[in-house]
Design a protein around this ligand. Sequence first.
Ligand code: G6P
Length: 346
Amino acid sequence: ADAYKGEYAHYTLKEISEQPSTILNAGNNTRLEIDLAADSIKHAKNVYITGSGTSYNAALIAKFLFSKYAKIKIDPVISSEAQFSPDIFEEKSILIAVSQSGESADVLETVNIAKKTGSKIISIVNIMTSSLVHQSSVAMGLNCGPEIGVAATKSFTSQLVVIYKIVDNICNGCIGLDLTNASEAIKKIISNDSKIKEVAKRLKNVSDIYVLGRGIHYPIALEGSLKLKELTYIHAEGLPGGELKHGPLALMDSNSYVLIINPNDSTYNDTLTSAREIKARGAKIIGISDMPSDVYDYWLDIPSVSESLYPLVEIVPIQLLAYHSAVDRDFDPDYPRNLAKSVTVK
Ligand code: G6P
């Protein structure tokens, strides 16, 4: 197994580092299926999307991308919740199932529920021999190679790329998907890893952290906080910046650490305002942005990419931050306590 990890101390670091190339390969093993999926979705009356954990966070990004670029409304369903939502699926709908392993019991159960209504299953999956693929009319591949680390990293960015490709197909290339540029951006972030490692050291004794993002960056805030929970056992909470004033601001003081996802897009000014409000309460701010600001105590800079591609890039520094914090705390980042790579029981 060590030989397979090669030069890397852990699978998780290896898998994070593979992303400049895995995002370029995503979906390439199933190009025809992406066309088929796009065509079915375009003609469907109702479209749902489901997943668990990280795959559900990818589903939330999908909702945003489908609505903004393809002008199609899709409903995200948390797989473990489907059984408690009576009549959740309209007859003869499409359910997009997102799963790295294709074996999560909750996802397979949701697929079953949808099938009973005559719905068609379209899946986005890494393991092409999995149960989910057998249950699907169309299966699109992540094509990112085996993911060993329990916390999903490269599978998440590959899920996003497959989603981008479906949406881009439906809107006739309106996204202008420049994956080479995103790949270069991720390479740059990884090559600046020493800065992220330094910031991780500052988190050594931190027990709570908030992750803020608005719009399409809110699901990335959720995914970032999931990485921090899984790898470092820090209590992390993803929040939409505008909700601060409706409660969480009460928690901000000089012991608080807040990660702000703030690329230079339409969310920038509002997110910066949130950062200032938090800073005024004495909290420490870690800014993830392509723009410097005096409000950040620590600035993790990301290269500028086209607006639609920021989510793909901005998750990477958070993955690295969570990884280094886990190592600093002497936790095994590959096999977090109490968690399994694939949860095949309900
Ligand atoms: C487990 C893993 C998570 C993963 C989730 C969904 O909880 O620990 O990392 O996101 O399952 O897995 P899937 O294989 O369905 O994407």
